[in-house]
Design a protein around this ligand. Structure first.
Ligand SMILES: Cc1cc2nc3c(=O)[nH]c(=O)nc-3n(C[C@H](O)[C@H](O)[C@H](O)COP(=O)(O)OP(=O)(O)OC[C@H]3O[C@@H](n4cnc5c(N)ncnc54)[C@H](O)[C@@H]3O)c2cc1C
Length: 397
């Protein structure tokens, strides 16, 4: 997009657009209709093109919209997280006009929930080794395989899916990216119980699932490049949400400190202060990253953001449990539940502590993110990759 496109769309114009939208009298009591109208007014994600929920405006102006429409019906950013954070930017970048028009509106309003069918039992960090096959049959693809750790698959109407379409070429080159119909015959979702006791995620078995070629995103064999867009957006979506100073997990721990004078030892004070400083540095780095984002797609720097988010969440939730002593070790609910989303702040310290363990695994493990930062941000030598030129079918598995 050229700079010229942005000229007319500044803070003031966006405020006026939001005011005009509110003045049009959409009934906030009718949540879905209200959200649809907001999308149609271009106030869903202002940096998207007109007609697709946006105005082609600079991304940072979204904050202005959020402020102006704060008291109106909001998205469910928990159950919608994968749709909003990962599927949408990928569909925008690689989808055909028809796919964008079909998927983006119900994705944004939450009428259709999305999940991510990437990881497999033998392909997590090394995602490009995945073995789920998609074989072409006329205008359709027939998909067979197994995915794992699929968050929210039990709610999902659609999934983003990476599958192997050519076993004869090296692993990164034989992949193709699809939108998978989670209601298609042959899709089976089975819950997996997590350390928290609940089952946010699932195993997904795909047996002879038929997907039309119009559900392919990007070119055949170009799935790795498409997946990179998803993954880079995923890291920002997990680690880069705006937080106010002293908010988020550090706010919870500081509150424990404030409300319990008996805890105020020198040692705990030092540890809390150190984490407070780290939280502030992470928050400011996040603000900088979001500014960079307004200029285009997220880069590898987002991996650093997600890395800091994970280690901080774990350190802070651990300190909180420790400060609370015996009470901190109690756990509020072991009932097996199919929760909608991660609720760090609506649950107790035990839940936060246990759930934070997953932060350094989901969306790429911390070890992998360190590799990405080392290689792609700092320019250090890369890990030896002996399988780079070997056809996938010849790789030991
Ligand atoms: C809460 C949660 C939700 C998730 N949701 C989804 C989802 O919705 N959809 C989805 O597709 N996936 C999801 N995942 C899966 C997640 O992306 C994978 O678990 C992750 O990528 C790691 O893969 P793996 O589990 O196969 O571990 P492995 O790849 O087997 O790694 C095991 C260990 O070895 C380390 N390791 C591996 N390779 C290297 C290397 N080259 N250098 C250094 N260390 C290395 C790893 O860092 C890790 O510590 C979720 C995971 C969690 C925990």
């Amino acid at each position: 997009m050229t700079k010229g496109t942005f000229v007319a769309l500044d803070d003031k114009t966006i405020r006026e657009r939001a005011a005009a939208f509110l003045a049009a009298g959409h009934d906030p009591g009718r949540r879905l209709e209200f959200l649809r109208a907001r999308f149609d007014a271009g106030l869903a994600w202002v940096h998207f093109p007109e007609g697709l929920g946006g105005l082609g405006a600079p991304r940072e102006l979204q904050n202005v919209v959020e402020q102006e429409l704060a008291r109106t019906p909001q998205l469910d950013t928990g159950v919608q997280a994968i749709g909003l954070g990962m599927a949408a930017p990928t569909i925008l970048a690689f989808g055909t006009e028809e796919q964008r028009r079909r998927f983006l509106r119900p994705l944004w309003t939450g009428e259709e929930i999305w999940c991510q069918l990437f990881s497999e039992p033998g392909a997590g960090s090394d995602l490009a080794t995945l073995g789920t096959r998609a074989v072409r049959d006329g205008d359709e693809w027939v998909v067979d395989g197994q995915k794992v750790w699929t968050s929210g698959a039990h709610h999902a109407r659609w999934a983003i899916l990476v599958a192997r379409t050519d076993a004869d070429v090296p692993k990164h080159r034989g992949l193709t990216y699809f939108v998978c119909d989670m209601h298609a015959p042959g899709v089976e979702v089975r819950p997996l119980r997590q350390i928290t006791g609940e089952a946010e995620f699932n195993e997904v078995f795909l047996t002879g699932v038929r997907l039309g070629d119009d559900l392919r995103l990007g070119e055949v064999g170009d799935g790795w490049r498409v997946a990179q867009t998803t993954l880079m957006n995923e890291r920002v979506a997990i680690g880069g949400a705006p937080v106010r100073r002293g908010g988020g997990m550090v706010g919870v721990v500081a509150e424990t400190w404030r409300s319990r004078p008996e805890l105020r030892t020198h040692d705990l004070h030092q540890r809390l202060l150190r984490l407070w400083v780290e939280a502030e540095v992470t928050r400011l780095a996040g603000a900088r990253l979001r500014e960079q984002l307004s200029a285009g797609q997220p880069g590898p720097e987002g991996s650093g953001m997600k890395l800091s988010f994970a280690s901080l969440n774990q350190a802070l939730s651990g300190l909180d449990v420790e400060m609370r002593g015996e009470e901190g070790l109690g756990y509020d609910d072991w009932t097996f539940r199919r929760s909608d989303s991660v609720d760090f702040f609506g649950r107790g310290p035990g839940y936060r502590y246990l759930r934070a363990k997953g932060n350094s695994i989901e969306g790429g493990t911390s070890e992998i993110l360190r590799n990405i930062v080392a290689e792609r941000v700092l320019g250090l030598p890369s890990e030896p990759r002996v399988d780079k030129d070997v056809p996938w079918k010849n790789l030991p598995r």
